[in-house]
Write a protein that binds this ligand. Structure first.
Ligand SMILES: [Fe+2]
Length: 236
């Protein structure tokens, strides 16, 4: 029996050795390789941050997860969410280029030291932009210390001029910095850190991002610090 034209097309499409199927398979394989390579790069850079003791602990990964959930809640597209994952995990990769004497200085930085510290977003951008597929995330990292009122750095961007991914990372980074303990100071209690996020909503931080972030953070903070093996009060 001779197959009708549409039946023949369906049969050809399903044939394991048709050129179309082989091509689709090849494209799928390449896509999987790119995804795996991308994950490996993120993982490798993350390990570099660990080696330099620049990840502040178990909760920094969880903060990146909360950042991703904020992005989903705010309706970011898939490509933006992928950039957000990179930026949330690796936003401070540029600190690799800051001397230890400044990174680990007990006490306040002087003006020159602070000026150098403020270059870490540029350093991170300069490294990540060289990796194909990371160009956009590199830009998001470049702007993760901009403020809504234009008083941030490096470009002094304001409001919606700041990429949304950067606005999300700004909140994560600030919260992480506030709650993390250092050898020379104890981190703030998370309730106080949340109060400060709210206080600087609209001037330093995007109010929508803060609102969304807090809704996750408040509900899950105790669980995160319990998982890290410390109580909330002693860890903060
Ligand atoms: Fe930073």
């Amino acid at each position: 029996m001779i197959a009708m034209p549409n039946e023949r097309t369906a049969l050809l499409g399903a044939a394991p050795h048709s050129p179309l199927t082989a091509e689709s398979l090849r494209v799928k394989q390449v896509e999987e390789q790119v995804t795996a390579l991308r994950s490996s790069v993120i993982c490798a850079f993350n390990q570099l941050l660990d080696l330099k003791d620049l990840n502040t602990g178990v909760h920094s990964t969880r903060l990146a997860e909360w950042g991703m959930r904020v992005g989903q809640e705010l309706g970011l597209e898939e490509a933006e969410l992928q950039n957000l994952e990179v930026a949330a995990l690796l936003h401070d990769i540029g600190k690799m280029g800051i001397p230890d004497a400044i990174l680990r200085k007990p006490g306040r930085l002087d003006a020159d030291e602070y000026a150098l510290m403020k270059r870490h977003p540029e350093y991170g951008w300069a490294v990540l932009r060289m990796l194909p597929g990371f160009e956009r995330a590199a830009l998001d990292i470049l702007h993760h210390h901009e403020n809504m009122d234009g008083k941030g750095y490096p470009a002094g961007l304001q409001g919606s001029e700041i990429p949304i991914v950067s606005r999300i990372v700004t909140v994560i980074d600030a919260f992480d910095a506030m709650v993390s303990s250092r050898p020379y100071r104890v981190g703030l209690p998370h309730e106080e850190a949340i109060r400060r996020l709210i206080e600087s909503s609209g001037t330093q931080f995007d109010p929508d991002v803060v609102r969304c972030f807090i809704s996750f953070a408040q509900a899950e903070m105790a669980t995160v610090f319990a998982a890290a093996g410390t109580s909330v009060s002693s860890a903060l």
